[in-house]
Design a protein around this ligand. Structure first.
Ligand code: NDP
Ligand code: MG
Length: 381
């Protein structure tokens, strides 16, 4: 049986990945989380991994005592998470949220494991480093993100990537699609957390509301598929049934469709190139009746173009946009800033990013720390 490790196993993607892996009979090598002691304990008892880790060191000490009777070795801190990532599973599914996923992704690549990647922030902040490390090691990065899985599926049979004319990412538009600026200035966290089509973790749900998520996905597509930013277009598709499309040089367009359920892209990343039955219900087109497609409002949702500008400039600009968004998204969830402040902070920090061509992981992590501190000091006084 294939061996799988799941990083961020207690989250929205992590729990669905474990559900899929159980149906497919994978052996679980390692599980990690941040601080969810009880959830991780339940998973350890169910999946019996060799290793487990909590990034929170105090919580890890508590977990160690609670699972003493199992054969699982409990590690702690970011180093513990990295050790789990590097435990030589066939595939490491990284569903950690945010920049905390960066070092574990690199540790898994270093160990030669195939990467099933949900943690898009990793590719946005350090796309060049992550993709070149994977290339060097001969390790594949398989997308879990539904749009990128759709593109990947639509590219099967593509003989040469130079035949790709355009990638069209679909976006649901989030809960605030169609609102005007005045209405947007008054939206609440509770409203932002009500995504129309997907049930996801809080951070990505807020990213969908600001449409920063689509900006991050544009950058993710550039790194995953080797296209230029100008080849990536975005279209609003409220129903989330067409998960994304590829337009080829002959103007033929291939898309992947399905009901909005992450277990399809998760399973495809874990079983590629094979397909198996899944618990996801069938797509009945008559049930949907009408599928709609519209242009995004780039003025009201400026994060998309901030990300486009950042990847066009390259270097540390995408990392700055991502870190600023992580900090601003968190402050919004804490009720410390308004919804429109998020894009304002992302724009200000992206403009100020240091213009360098080559960068290291330490540069990315240091920049992240500086931006978080600066935004926090600006807002929380
Ligand atoms: P969740 O918030 O539901 O889960 C995040 C997971 O990461 C949890 O297991 C959490 O542990 C762990 N974690 C959080 N912070 C740290 C840290 N500092 N160190 C180590 N582990 C940490 O997020 P989602 O599952 O929604 O999203 C995960 C990733 O997948 C994100 O990058 C997101 O953009 C991407 N994604 C998600 C989709 C979805 O449908 N949810 C769709 C497409 C992409 P704990 O439980 O202890 O906090
Ligand atoms: Mg997505």
């Amino acid at each position: 049986m294939p061996k799988l490790s799941v990083l961020g196993s207690t989250g929205s993607i992590g729990t669905q990945a474990l559900e899929v892996s159980k149906l497919r009979g994978f052996e679980i090598c390692a599980l990690t989380a941040n601080s969810s002691v009880e959830a991780l304990e339940r998973q350890i008892r169910e999946y019996r991994p060799r290793l487990a880790a909590l990034a929170d060191e105090k919580k890890a000490a508590g977990l160690k005592i609670r699972v003493k009777d199992t054969g699982t070795r409990v590690l702690s801190g970011i180093d513990g998470v990295c050790e789990c990532a590097g435990c030589e599973a066939d595939t490491v599914l990284n569903s950690i949220v945010g920049m905390a996923g960066l070092r574990p992704t690199l540790a898994a690549i270093e160990a030669g494991s195939e990467i099933a990647l949900a943690n898009k922030e990793t590719l946005v902040a350090a796309g060049e480093l992550v993709t070149s490390a994977a290339k060097e090691k001969g390790v594949r990065i398989l997308p879990v993100d539904s749009e990128h899985s759709a593109i990947f599926q639509s590219l099967q049979g593509c003989a040469d990537h130079s035949e790709i004319k355009r990638i069209i990412l679909t976006a649901s538009g989030g809960p605030f699609f169609g609102m005007n600026g005045d209405e947007l200035s008054r939206v609440t966290l509770a409203q932002a957390l009500k995504h129309p089509n997907w049930s996801m973790g809080a951070k990505i749900t807020v990213d969908s509301a600001t449409m920063m998520n689509k900006g991050l996905e544009l950058i993710e597509a550039v790194w995953l598929f080797g296209v230029s930013p100008s080849q990536v277009d975005i279209v609003i598709h409220r129903q989330s049934v067409v998960h994304s499309l590829v337009e080829y040089s002959d103007n033929s367009v291939i898309a992947q469709l399905g009901v909005p359920d992450m277990r399809i892209p998760i399973q495809y990343a874990l079983t590629y190139p094979h397909r198996y039955p899944s618990p996801v219900r069938q797509l009945n087109l008559e049930e949907w009746g009408k599928l709609t497609f519209e242009s995004p409002d780039y003025d009201l949702f400026p994060c998309i173009n901030i990300c486009r500008g950042a990847i066009e400039k390259g270097g540390l600009y995408p990392a700055a946009a991502n870190s600023a968004n992580e900090a601003a998204n968190e402050l919004f969830r804490q009720g410390k800033i308004g919804f429109l402040d998020i894009a304002g902070l992302v724009e200000a920090e992206t403009e100020q990013a240091p213009a360098v061509s080559g960068y290291t992981i330490d540069d990315v992590l240091l920049l992240d720390e500086c931006i978080r501190r600066r935004i926090f000091n600006k807002v929380v006084r």
